[in-house]
Write a protein that binds this ligand. Structure first.
Ligand code: NAP
Length: 263
């Protein structure tokens, strides 16, 4: 059990605070936000406590930083004294996109245990992917505690920091590509006469089910594709059309384009 604090309870901070509350491992949940009403509402929902940034910084054993990247330095100025006054060990968890461990160490302290995380939007429904890497000071049992605290958010994966950008092209940007795929499938079904509402629901559920099959069975995607394509059937005709329009290469290039943007 630990005191868990969040500074910045917006979309992502709020979603992760909900996951932390579900774990039952937060002895106390401290929520701080620039507009305090947001923290107050979340505190009410999660049986936590709305506090100031300073109090969250002073009292949290695990402190999540959930402000936008351009707001980080200003926010840190306000809690610097509280952080340095703290005697007990404290782990900082940064969800701030693009702020690497070296940058965080320079801003927060070279020897501090820091976990840098890269969550994605589906953490809000407990089916996200949170990639993370740790500074040298983070102990094995602390990583384990962090994993258990976040288990209700979906999948967690520790990666070497240099692989984070490549992976987040899939996990972070992928939900936009998946949403485009669902929309395009539904358009096709609408063109063939299905009402929009059903077309969207069936497309999204199909994607969810296919993803679950791949994850649970461990089969290669090509094997699942071959299973659905019966000889002279309709699916292989759709596959032929996707190949003709370079579907796979377009998707691969989309991921590479997100990665190139990072540099
Ligand atoms: N959303 C995603 O999919 C995603 C994915 C990966 C990483 N992230 C990272 O998560 C962080 C938050 O993103 P978000 O999408 O959740 O943004 P957001 O909804 O705008 O949340 C940011 C929150 O920080 C609060 N805030 C700003 N300055 C503050 C300060 N000085 N003290 C306390 N709270 C302050 C804001 O309060 P107000 O209510 O006053 O605006 C807002 O509630 C970003 O660094 C982003 O890079 C987000």
């Amino acid at each position: 059990m630990a005191v868990v604090g969040f500074i910045g309870t917006g979309n992502m901070g709020g979603a992760l605070a909900r996951a932390a509350a579900k774990s039952g491992l937060a002895e106390e949940l401290l929520l701080a936000n620039r507009s305090p009403e947001k923290a107050r509402r979340l505190a009410e929902e999660l049986a936590g406590r709305a506090v100031s940034n300073q109090e969250a910084a002073e009292r949290s054993d695990l402190l999540f930083l959930g402000v936008k990247p351009q707001m980080l330095e200003d926010m840190l100025e306000g809690i610097r004294d509280a952080l340095s006054a703290r005697k007990e060990r404290q782990i900082l968890v940064s969800m701030i996109a693009g702020k690497e461990l070296d940058v965080l160490k320079r801003l927060l302290g070279e020897d501090l245990p820091i976990i840098r995380i890269m969550p994605n939007i589906p953490v809000a429904v407990g089916a996200g992917v949170t990639l993370f890497c740790c500074s040298e000071a983070v102990r094995t049992e602390e990583k384990e505690f962090f994993r258990r605290l976040m288990s209700a958010s979906g999948m967690l994966a520790e990666l070497p920091e240099h692989q984070l950008d490549a992976a987040s092209g899939v996990t972070g940007c992928g939900p936009a590509f998946a949403a485009m795929f669902v929309e395009a499938l539904a358009d096709g079904a609408v063109a063939c006469g299905l009402p929009r509402k059903e077309a969207l629901a069936f497309s999204a559920q199909m994607l969810l089910g296919s993803a679950r099959m791949l994850l649970e069975s461990g089969v290669h995607p090509g094997v699942l594709k071959d299973r659905v394509c019966s000889p002279a059937g309709s699916t292989i005709q759709g596959v032929r059309k996707l190949e003709e329009r370079a579907f796979r290469s377009a998707v691969t290039d989309a991921v590479i384009a997100t990665w190139e943007k990072e540099f």
